[in-house]
Ligand binder design. Structure first.
Ligand code: 0RA
Length: 645
């Protein structure tokens, strides 16, 4: 492996800024939150350090294990955390790295550090938030060990024997007094991030092992992708029909900014451009994404003009977004000092990156088109179709608007609106079926709860063009009720006009219900994405069972609780009756209010999208053309009982 001299720093380079007290006092300030997301963030924090070693050319294997006692182990074959004494502090460098905030040599600008990017709070935060944290270091032919409790050194650095390898093995047990919601690590959440890291760093192999799983085969996955971002694009499009023999691959470096990109057109109508800076998903885009878009538009337009493809085919004018319909792309750049902006700090601000990406993509895409005239022609024809569909959609949109104006107040007839008008305090229930809709209308608090019953199956937007989608009655009703408009353009969709800050999907707790929920989520994800990003989408959770004992009624949301309630009643020698709710329609309005709609007692699941690439893959697999990947996806995920959406 190539050694990078610049990264060969020792203890003296490690800067010390702060203690760990602050982290335990305000954990959310450092890791975002203390829920499931924050818990899993701990793993990323450690793995990022191993990836940094890989980026510096010193590591190519990482093993991530979920242990039976609830702890996590992350092992790498990097150089090992330095152990020599820090000149000023007089303690081993590893102790500085693991106990002082922001220590870890990440002030070295010459290497691209994941940990210097978005989160970058350092592995010491993980230590602070763990009841037990151990580090085993293989370095200089020796094995070193050290352990901590809640960030405080428990056993100082000792040597324990000899070794021929180098690397770091970190094990930590998250503190349940900090992570009060859950300390349970989820295989799927970790798997998604590890797979993503393996796609973005083809030089590394990442093994993920779940020792809680008895079936050895089920509990182990190995991620290694020689093809890097090319393999990522193929993976994302697995359930889609593609229009090209292989993804276009572009790679280059301009003024110290390495650029890598793979792209491929498919038969869907969605734009799937995923971008990364130093392995961090830049969901809000930024300069690298604008560079890519400009290059794509310019290059394809040029080619079409030069070869007279567009003129002879179409009268419509083509806009930038038409070049990205049905496009799956992954763009990955490395930036030494990234500037992150935007609401969620996932928008790249460095202006020099735009031209680096634009130049690289433009030149190499031109070359590709020249060399592959057949594919080039297919792409341009697809772009023309996209422009025509966009034009048709514009007309359909106007029609929807005109219709709603003609029908009076402009709101759909079956919407039972709430009486207060302040969107912040209003919520709308999207309810499956007219009968459940009827119960919900009677049971609701009409001052702030609106009900929109939806009839039958919602259109599968994954397989339909935008103009067809806009002709669908149920979708029209949702668009007018929500007030935001629909689509990707700034003029098409405006989250500021949203009439309800909570949009709650309420479907039956059965297979049909979950299908309808997924169809709705696919629509919102593809065409009203900011509603999800801004945290407006929720899922209602109606109970599965009702247990009646005399006048006393209790509800259970799962089998365990039902059995507990039953056993309790048996012990107290009470007579009781258990009924399973088959659908929302079986509940009377009072029951529906009490269990599912009363803000005091209901549980709402907020819809969050952790990884855009993961969500894209999920929706395209569940709703797309190919049957085999769908079956496999459902089989794989059914062992985790519930999809995490
Ligand atoms: C500080 C400096 C160096 C490496 C690391 C930290 C390091 C940290 C972690 C955490 C997990 N695995 C890790 N591997 C390395 C530079 C090492 C050198 O100069 O030899």
């Amino acid at each position: 492996m190539a050694k990078d001299k610049r990264a060969d720093y020792k203890a003296s380079n490690i800067q010390v800024l702060e203690g760990l007290e602050a982290v335990r006092k305000r954990p959310a300030m450092y890791i975002g939150d203390t829920g499931q997301r924050g818990l899993h963030h701990l793993i990323n924090e450690v793995v990022d350090n191993s990836i940094d070693e890989a980026l510096a050319g010193h590591c190519d294997h990482i093993i991530v294990s979920i242990n039976t006692d609830g702890s996590m182990t992350i092992e790498d074959n990097g150089r090992g955390i330095p152990v020599d004494k820090h000149p000023k502090l007089g303690i081993p460098a590893v102790e500085v790295v693991l106990t002082k905030l922001h220590a870890g040599g990440k002030f070295d600008k010459d290497t691209y550090k994941v940990s210097g990017g978005l989160h970058g709070v350092g592995v010491s935060c993980v230590n602070a938030l763990s009841t037990l944290f151990t580090a085993e270091i293989h370095r200089d032919k020796k094995i070193y060990k050290m352990s901590f409790e809640r960030g405080i050194t428990k056993t100082p650095l000792t040597t324990e024997g000899k070794t021929d390898r180098t690397g770091t093995i970190i094990t930590f047990l998250p503190d349940s007094t900090i992570f009060t919601q859950t300390v349970e690590f989820k295989f799927n959440i970790i798997a998604e991030r590890m797979r993503e890291l393996a796609f973005l760093n083809p030089q590394v192999t990442i093994e993920l092992i779940d020792y809680r799983e008895e079936d050895e085969e089920l509990g182990k996955e190995i991620y290694h992708y020689e093809g890097g971002v090319r393999d990522f694009v193929k993976y994302l499009d697995e359930a889609r029909e593609t229009h090209m023999p292989a993804p276009i691959y572009i790679e280059g470096e301009v003024e110290g900014v390495p650029v890598e990109m793979a792209m491929q057109y498919n038969s869907s109508y969605a734009e799937n451009v995923h971008s990364y800076v130093n392995n961090i998903n830049t969901r809000e885009g930024g300069t690298h994404v604008s560079g890519f878009r400009r290059a794509l538009t310019r290059s394809l337009k040029n080619y079409a003009d030069k070869n007279n493809i567009i003129k002879s085919n179409s009268k419509v004018s083509i806009s930038g977004e038409d070049f990205r319909e049905g496009l799956t792309a992954v763009l990955s750049v490395k930036v030494a000092e990234p500037q992150f902006e935007g609401q969620t700090k996932t928008k790249l601000g460095n202006s020099e990156v735009q031209s680096a990406v634009e130049v690289t993509v433009y030149d190499q895409l031109n070359e590709y088109l020249e060399q592959n005239p057949k594919t080039a022609k297919k792409i341009i024809e697809k772009v023309v179709l996209a422009a025509e569909a966009r034009e048709a959609a514009r007309k359909a949109r106007q029609l929807v608007q005109r219709k709603s104006v003609m029908s009076g107040g402009g709101l759909p007839g079956k919407l039972a609106d709430c009486s207060i008008k302040d969107p912040e305090h209003c919520e709308v229930y999207l309810v499956e079926g007219d009968s459940a809709g009827g119960s919900a209308k009677m049971g609701r608090n009409r001052s702030f709860q609106a009900i929109l019953p939806l009839r039958g199956k919602i259109l599968n937007v994954e397989k339909a063009k935008i103009n067809k989608i806009l002709e669908n009655k149920e979708i029209q009703a949702m668009i007018t009720a929500l007030g935001t408009g629909v689509g990707h353009g700034e003029e098409d969709f405006d989250v500021e006009r949203l009439r309800y800050h909570k949009i709650i999907i309420m479907t039956d707790a059965d297979v049909d219900g979950s299908h309808i929920r997924t169809l709705l989520l696919t629509f919102f994800y593809r065409y009203m994405r900011p509603l999800i990003d801004n945290g407006h989408m929720y899922i209602a959770t109606p109970p599965l069972y009702r247990i009646t004992a005399g006048k006393n009624i209790e509800y259970a949301w799962d089998d365990d609780t039902r059995d507990k309630l039953i056993n309790d009643l048996k012990k107290r020698k009470k007579k009781f009756d258990v009924s399973r709710y088959k659908g929302l329609g079986e509940m009377n309005p009072e029951q529906l209010w009490e269990t599912t709609m009363d803000p005091e007692t209901r549980t709402l699941q907020q819809v969050t999208i952790e990884s855009a690439a993961g969500a894209d893959k999920m929706f395209s697999t569940l709703m797309g053309d190919e049957v085999a990947p769908r079956r496999e996806f459902i089989e794989r995920n059914s062992k985790y009982a519930k999809l995490d959406i």
